[in-house]
Ligand binder design. Structure first.
Ligand code: NAD
Length: 424
């Protein structure tokens, strides 16, 4: 039997320059007296963290900073934050940073509130997919990238190192109670971080809008088992479509000219819009294929990131698969793919539905070239010999592969990875 309904969850959002100074007010509103402030070593030295800590103190709240969240968290880095949380006796959490810090705070909150081995709540079949037993402590998220939209979602992603792929925990209880979305906090974003996180926004919009419709998914066995990623639905569509339009208008300017306040502000808003969209509809193959691309990195170190260890930034690992994916998924629903192309500025009047994928991909590649993305997986160190392992790392990502608009198997994934090696 197919699903007949969908749910729509979102965090409360406070948006605007200077809103970070209201973090203390928000934490006090939720009764917090001692909070763990989760951030990373680079951001710990920057203004957003100082502003958050000052605001908490002013509200009479004790703020204990944990500045060791790892860029692209791993099971080990989650474990370190969880231990800190379990020993800290906190009654609230504030995450200040990109998706890495926000997701780390979600995991710390979850496992400090309901201790369990890490795989307990991780998506099946990789983990056991147990539902979160109840509500968590309040988490306030202050994003500094534009961005993952993690301030609006019930999802926490990490790299399960022994598996060589990312996976995640997805449950509505993980969702922050408030997202404080403040354009002042993205002013110091390095251009490459702005580009990669911007492509994450774009793919959130494109994938959630083109995902399998919610009423073509198998019905959940019980309300508690209904997945966060439900498939495209009329409410998510509104948010996803608008997010893609905003990216089209602002992304190149925001990346190439950080002094363009208007473009930077629009990208941050777009990230939140896309988060509301995909946080309920889900993402599909660009993300599913990105998880082993990130997890199996060899020597690639992106220019413009402060880390000097090999890793593939999340948004980059996602968008490198996008051209092959959308050329392939377009036949499932050409009209929706054309609508996305139009949102990205293409003239689709009179377009042949058979060309929908190509018209959309042309716009995506245009943005990639304008913002310095590498030319396919081969440019970040992958070759044909890696395809089997990349397919193996994608197949168990049921949370996202099951809402692909076209059913996938090992053969189609191998084709998509082959097509993603070189893009132009
Ligand atoms: N939970 C979700 O819904 C969700 C959605 C998408 C992605 N993610 C996850 O989020 C992670 C990626 O997060 P991200 O792209 O936001 O980046 P990030 O948190 O990994 O940060 C990237 C780098 O940018 C630096 N940085 C961040 N903001 C800065 C600023 N304002 N000024 C200067 N430097 C800054 C950080 O210190 C870090 O070095 C991945 O692990 C990804 O899987 C989660």
């Amino acid at each position: 039997m197919h699903e007949t309904g969908f749910t729509m969850d979102a965090s409360s959002i406070k948006f605007g320059p200077g809103m970070t100074r209201e973090t203390g007010y928000e934490a006090a509103r939720f009764g917090c007296t001692r909070v763990m402030v989760v951030t990373d070593p680079q951001l710990a030295k920057l203004e957003p963290v100082a502003t958050v800590v000052a605001s908490l103190k002013e509200a009479g709240i004790e703020a204990v900073v944990f500045d060791r969240s790892h860029t692209e968290p791993t099971d080990a880095s989650f474990a370190e934050a969880i231990k800190f949380a379990q020993e800290g006796n906190f009654d609230g959490y504030v995450a200040v940073g990109g998706g890495s810090s926000i997701d780390t705070a979600k995991a710390a909150n979850l496992y400090a509130t309901y201790p369990a081995d890490l795989l307990a709540y991780v998506n099946a079949p990789i983990g056991r997919g147990e539902p979160v037993p109840g509500s968590l402590k309040p988490l306030i998220a202050v994003p500094t990238t534009a961005g993952t939209g993690s301030e609006t979602t019930g999802v926490a992603i990490f790299d399960l190192v022994e598996m060589g792929a990312k996976t995640g925990i997805a449950h509505r209880a993980l969702r922050p109670v408030v997202g404080i979305v403040d354009p002042d906090n993205t002013r110091t974003l390095p251009p490459m971080v702005a580009a990669c996180s911007g492509f994450d926004v774009l793919c959130h919009g494109l994938e959630s809008y083109t995902a399998l419709p919610f009423d073509q998914r198998d019905a959940a066995k019980s309300p508690g088992m209904r997945p966060s990623y439900q498939g495209s639905n009329p409410i998510s569509d509104v948010w996803s479509l608008r997010a893609v339009e905003m990216v089209a208008q602002s992304m190149v300017r925001a990346v190439t000219d950080p002094s363009d306040d208007e473009a930077r502000t629009q990208m941050l808003l777009a990230a939140t819009f896309a988060g509301v969209g995909f946080g309920n509809a889900g993402v599909h193959l660009c993300h599913g294929m990105s998880y082993p691309v990130s997890g199996r990195v060899k020597e690639f170190c992106p220019d413009g990131y402060p880390q000097d260890e090999p890793f593939v930034p999340h948004g980059m690992s996602v968008v490198l698969n996008a051209p092959a994916v959308f050329r392939w998924t377009a036949q499932a629903d050409p009209a929706r793919h054309l609508r996305m192309a139009q949102a990205l500025g293409a003239d689709v009047a009179g377009a042949d539905p058979a060309d929908a994928g190509e018209i959309l991909v042309e716009r995506v590649i245009g943005l990639m070239r304008a913002t310095g993305m590498p030319n396919g997986l081969s440019a970040i160190g992958y070759g044909i010999d890696d395809i089997d392992a990349l397919v193996k790392g994608t197949l168990p990502q049921h949370r996202v592969t099951k809402i692909s608009p076209r059913p996938v198997d090992a053969e189609s994934l191998a084709y998509l990875f082959r097509e993603s090696m070189t893009l132009w």
